[in-house]
Design a protein around this ligand. Structure first.
Ligand SMILES: Cc1cc2nc3c(=O)[nH]c(=O)nc-3n(C[C@H](O)[C@H](O)[C@H](O)COP(=O)(O)OP(=O)(O)OC[C@H]3O[C@@H](n4cnc5c(N)ncnc54)[C@H](O)[C@@H]3O)c2cc1C
Ligand code: SF4
Length: 335
């Protein structure tokens, strides 16, 4: 058994100071990722800093119309928040597609962003895994890789980012506020997670000791329809094989603005600018959606057991776009 110290913090400065940018120290929020990984001997912190008492539990609309979410707002609170349901339905749908009620009651917004891959070799301390132990190899590459990624992969790592919530955030656009030993800074959500490249152990742009304090969503696209589709092995309590989050606005019979992000198929929350370009100024028709799906998956690289994800993701994209367009058309109808 490994022992660790446990500290609580009452404000952000105290949390950052207590952490001390020490790589043996970890922040803990809901604990639904971290404590699992500690029990599996994958993460071995000598000290935890509990951030649940920090004043980061509110959701508020800023003067410029953006929505600011505190880091410790739970997935349940966020999914059911009236502003989220009314103005960011894609986020609410994606959150409710994730995990289970009990987990969502504990899981926090920042913890969800920081959750680790579900690659079984990463979670098995006896397996070779470049992400867990740089340079040790990758047992997934020639192992059971049915759940693994086809977009953004490298010859070092093919693990998917497992979050549903992050797919909605990638489509909506957001800014993360970070606070650490060197002060406060901001980073665009879509620049936060890193591709594995030749350093899969570097999963994100957080610097040592930095804490995510807020996630601020961009203002929503006016009149946009939204749809999150998650395809998985069973209907609940399961990670995505492929998922698609779509936001579409329609003007004068053509797609005016489209945002598309993909989950379950990529090494980070995957915004598909290729698909968005293919949709721009095109009629909201199945042939257009198929062209966008083709564009989104054109650079996919399959491994032995996961080639099925490419047509599956294409179908998820077509269906999500079709439903988002229907939603936009309904919103445009005079009442
Ligand atoms: C059985 C199971 C099924 C699941 N299914 C799904 C699913 O279908 N879809 C899905 O999206 N997710 C799923 N999840 C993952 C779940 O959503 C995450 O475990 C959860 O969101 C993590 O949040 P947390 O607050 O519990 O994080 P914690 O476990 O407390 O922390 C996770 C990581 O984030 C760091 N961290 C936490 N807060 C901060 C902060 N403010 N700043 C910097 N670092 C921070 C911690 O140090 C740690 O490294 C599942 C989890 C389980 C156990
Ligand atoms: S795919 Fe990535 S996380 Fe999984 S074993 Fe390989 S290096 Fe590790």
């Amino acid at each position: 058994m490994r022992t660790f110290a446990y500290r609580t913090a009452d404000d952000v400065t105290q949390a950052v100071t207590t952490h001390g940018a020490d790589d043996q120290v970890a922040y803990v929020a809901g604990g639904t990722t971290l404590l699992d990984l500690v029990k599996l001997d994958v993460m071995r912190p000598t000290q935890l800093v509990d951030i649940n008492r920090l004043p980061l539990g509110e959701v508020e609309t800023l003067d410029d119309g953006r929505l600011r979410i505190g880091a410790t707002v739970t997935n349940t609170e966020l999914a059911h928040h009236p502003e989220v349901k009314a103005r960011y339905p894609l986020l609410s749908q994606a959150l409710l597609a994730g995990a289970s009620t009990q987990l969502r009651n504990m899981a926090t917004t920042a913890g969800n962003i920081m959750q680790r891959t579900r690659c079984p070799y990463y979670r098995d301390a006896s397996a070779a895994c470049n992400r867990r132990e740089p340079g040790s190899g990758c047992d997934a590459m020639h192992g059971i890789n049915r759940m693994h990624a086809v977009l953004g992969v490298s010859d070092q790592c093919i693990a998917t980012h497992p979050s549903d919530m992050c797919i909605a955030m990638a489509a909506i656009g957001a800014t993360l506020t970070l606070e650490g030993p060197d002060g406060k800074r901001e980073i665009a959500f879509n620049d936060f997670h890193r591709l594995p490249g030749d350093q899969p152990e570097k999963e994100h742009e957080l610097r040592p000791g930095e804490l995510i304090t807020y996630i601020t969503l961009d203002t929503p696209i006016e009149g946009a329809g939204a749809y999150y589709l998650k395809l998985r092995d069973r209907a609940s309590y399961e990670f995505a094989l492929a998922s698609a989050g779509a936001l579409v606005s329609i003007q004068d019979g053509v797609i005016h603005e489209a945002r598309l992000a993909l989950g379950g198929v990529a090494t980070k929350p995957w915004r598909s600018h290729e698909a968005e370009q293919a949709l721009h100024n095109q009629p909201a028709a199945v042939s257009t959606f198929e062209m966008a799906a083709e564009a989104a998956m054109q650079d996919a690289v399959p491994h032995e057991h996961n080639a099925f994800k490419i047509p599956l993701a294409r179908q998820a994209i077509v269906r999500a776009l079709r439903e988002a367009c229907k939603d936009a058309e309904n919103a445009n109808e005079p009442r």
